[in-house]
Design a protein around this ligand. Structure first.
Ligand code: UD1
Length: 424
């Protein structure tokens, strides 16, 4: 397994290009199942999770061509050869559940393995399933698989989510495009990835209004058609790299994506005395001379502070003057980076769903282990501020969501390299 070695202390200077959003792309790809015509996605990120979704769609009979060196994906579901999403692919990635709504809507039947537990909490899919039942599907759980039937097709329904779920909103939004009649999703997720999905579905002929608000209305149509759609910028990659100069010092311009994608982070950085400036191409972040101020952070659905940036902001707060409190409201058990940060000298205490960070801590390089995708990003950021060398193992987690992280950071002056495992 590859590792990443970082020697901290170098201020950063230059620019970093932000890629297409992994989580948007993972919802857009299954949308191709809704039509027998090709869907072409441009600005696709080249990531392990995208390859897994590709493998899953191919197992269902999709033909997928990677164009522009993998930056564009042309997906054709002219013929659905299988309605079963098998465990050996689904277990690799929870977003696999997103094929359920589209398959059921198009084929009237689907068998999808339930995604297993996951390191950042229980993460059930009950909202996806109960929403589909409201749309007329009959579901049966057998041997770890959801067997879904909707003979005669899905029908529109009123679905009020008890709490906000990005994945459930996406699954039901896709299913509703081909349902008979009107579907209303209440307390829907407002994330930019939902807006991107709705735009793509509309380009495919779907009738959707209200995306980006808690109430989305979908008028079902008989069929969708092909389209070409550009994936939005990855706000989590953007936020992660905004935090790099905030931690290491210096000034970095992030190219692609803007303030609207990361408003909550911009507000926190400015309150912590880190400058964020809009530029014609993106955002410029500069650590002012002084020390970063401590603060309170609470993760929340968009437009709140994203849980996917929680580990990264924690890395910054180890360098802030005073006591910061981070409350994790989306996923229980998402503090696995804390013991690793402590090995680098951070002072963090976890009480239930909150972490108290006392700073500024003099971080020292250490061998650390990545426990999940965003935790790895937090460790990289902390390593940029640490004295000496940090070696991060299990970077396959990182590769699921960050493209060429070592190239992007070394181009702005970070001392970072990938230690490749010798081929066996
Ligand atoms: C998506 C993102 C993930 C991000 C998360 C929150 C993708 C592929 N993943 O995950 O990176 O961290 O949004 O922004 O886009 N829940 C249920 N029942 C359900 C569905 C969700 O109880 O049926 C709970 C979850 O356990 C969690 C909360 O609802 O506590 C939010 O989950 P959700 O927004 O659905 O997250 P994901 O779609 O899994």
């Amino acid at each position: 397994m590859d590792r990443i070695a970082i020697t901290g202390g170098a201020p950063l200077q230059g620019e970093i290009a932000i890629g297409g959003a992994k989580n948007a792309c993972l919802a857009l790809m299954p949308a191709a199942l809704l039509t027998d015509q090709p869907l072409t996605l441009t600005n696709a990120p080249r990531l392990a999770d995208i390859a897994t979704m590709r493998q899953l769609l191919e197992s269902l009979g999709c033909e997928i061509a990677a164009l522009q060196h993998g930056r564009a994906l042309a997906i054709s579901a002219a013929r659905i050869a299988s309605r079963t999403a098998h465990y050996d692919i689904v277990r690799k990635m929870r977003a696999s559940i997103l094929v359920l709504g589209p398959l059921l809507a198009r084929e009237g039947a689907a068998v999808v393995s339930l995604p297993g537990g996951c390191a950042i909490g229980a993460r059930p899919v009950d909202l996806h399933l109960s929403g589909l039942e409201k749309m007329g599907a009959t579901l049966e759980l057998r041997e770890g698989y959801v067997h879904a039937q909707a003979q005669g097709g899905l029908r529109g329904a009123e679905i009020a989510f008890p709490f906000v779920s990005v994945g459930a909103t996406e699954n039901l939004l896709m299913a509703a495009t081909l349902a008979r009649g009107t579907t209303r999703l209440r307390n829907a997720a407002c994330e930019p990835e939902i807006v991107d999905l709705a735009r793509c579905l509309r380009a495919m002929g779907a009738q959707i209004v209200g995306e980006g608000t808690p109430e989305i209305e979908v008028q079902g149509v008989a069929a969708l058609h092909g389209a070409t759609h550009a994936v939005i910028a990855d706000r989590i990659e953007l936020g992660t790299y905004m935090l790099a100069p905030a931690i290491a010092g210096g000034e970095v311009e992030l190219i692609g994506g803007g303030r609207a994608l990361v408003g909550a982070l911009c507000d926190l950085l400015e309150a912590a005395d880190v400058s964020v400036e809009d530029t014609p191409r993106g955002l410029k972040v500069r650590r002012r001379n002084g020390i970063v101020r401590a603060m309170r952070v609470e993760t929340a659905p968009y437009p709140g502070f994203p849980t996917d940036l929680q580990a990264q902001i924690m890395a910054l707060l180890t360098q802030a003057e005073g006591e910061s409190v981070i409350s994790e409201r989306i996923f229980e058990n998402r503090f696995m980076h804390v013991p690793e940060l402590a090995r680098m000298g951070a002072e963090i205490a976890v009480h239930g769903g909150a972490a108290t960070v006392r700073g500024p801590a003099a971080l020292r390089g250490a061998p650390v282990m990545a426990s999940d995708l965003r935790a790895s990003a937090g460790l990289i950021l902390a390593a940029l501020a640490a004295r000496g060398e940090t070696v991060i193992s299990r970077v396959y987690h990182l590769d699921r969501g960050y493209e060429r992280v070592e190239e992007k950071l070394s181009a702005v002056g970070a001392r970072i390299e990938r230690l490749r495992e010798p081929a066996r």
